[in-house]
Design a protein around this ligand. Structure first.
Ligand SMILES: [Zn+2]
Ligand SMILES: [Zn+2]
Length: 306
């Protein structure tokens, strides 16, 4: 009886690899391209909007952009493999974009990952990765040397600290890092993803940036961060008078985004990393329209597919 229960336990709870492999996206053509927003939130915790993360799924390959809080729950909810992605690309190292990184490293390992995870991002990503792996050393030791018998070093990460330009080019997918302007942060990127069937641009966190506009010209999908211009005002807290200045230097308003999209002319504009400050979806769309964009626009939501 004990053995039966143990066997059931092992297959139904911990041995999740077969399910992870078969659920998604077997039926898709090898070159089909789908954008799945995994998290559309920002630092303020919102049960309906996880930390920033987006997947670009090309056939059975999953390219992840940022890993905000909640990323593995959203990967599971999207029926993407829980035992590892093809590669993860970080736009910048702000905590709201990286809090899910330990989750991505360790949970994929415990769910069956064996090969090193490929991680791309700004300088500082290597030391962050080394520090995360060092911080969880008690977990690593007990899972490898205890009764779980996890693969030694299965949590490994190959870190690629990048510069602007093409950072990935394999099997018909080319990913280009675009330097963007995110306040006083030294290094922040947007990414352009060209696949056999579509072009997708992800802004990362940025104020209006000419390089991003150039990269997004005529893209199929532009996924861009946004805040509500109409709701922006000083906050009642120490230093809160600088809040509008901070937003102008670090982020892009809905009206500014309307101007950006009017110039770049993407076939579809998707809003993400939404700093609402009370704005509704309709408020954000009217901000984008006020900026001059007349094309297709959607306010992104977690697990939305585009
Ligand atoms: Zn952010
Ligand atoms: Zn940021």
């Amino acid at each position: 009886m004990m053995l039966t229960i143990a066997a059931l336990f092992a297959t139904s709870i911990f041995n999740t690899q077969p399910a992870a492999r078969t659920r998604y996206p077997r039926s898709l053509a090898a070159d089909s391209t789908t954008v799945i927003l995994l998290g559309t939130g920002m630092p303020r915790p919102d049960p309906d909007a996880s930390g920033p993360s987006a997947a670009v799924v090309v056939g059975s390959r999953v390219f992840l952009f940022d890993a905000g809080a909640g990323v593995m729950r959203r990967i599971a909810a999207a029926h993407l493999p829980i035992n590892g992605v093809t590669a993860v690309f970080f736009t910048h190292l702000h905590s709201d974009h990286t809090l899910g990184y330990p989750d991505l490293i360790f949970t994929t390992w415990v769910m069956g990952r064996r090969a090193p995870m490929q991680a791309y991002g700004p300088h500082g990503l290597k030391s962050m990765t080394d520090d995360i792996i060092a911080a969880w050393n008690i977990d690593e030791d007990v899972r490898i040397n205890g009764l779980e018998h996890e693969a030694p070093n299965g949590y490994a990460v190959d870190v690629h600290e990048i510069r602007p330009g093409v950072v990935y080019d394999s099997g018909g997918v080319r990913i280009t890092a675009i330097p963007v302007l995110h306040g006083s942060l030294k290094e922040a990127y947007g990414y352009r993803i060209d696949t056999p069937t579509r072009s997708v641009v992800i802004s990362g966190d940025t104020r209006p940036s000419a390089a991003l506009i150039a990269a997004a010209r005529n893209a199929d999908v532009l996924v861009h961060e946004v805040y509500s211009a109409a709701k922006l005002q000083p906050e009642k807290r120490p230093g809160g008078s600088d809040w509008p200045l901070y937003m102008h230097q670090f982020h892009t308003s809905d009206v500014e985004l309307g101007r950006i999209a009017a110039e770049a002319k993407p076939k579809l504009l998707v809003l993400t990393h939404i700093i609402r400050m009370g704005a509704t979806d309709a408020d954000l769309i009217s901000g984008v329209r006020a900026g001059g964009f007349t094309g297709r626009v959607e306010v992104g939501h977690d697990l939305g597919r585009y």
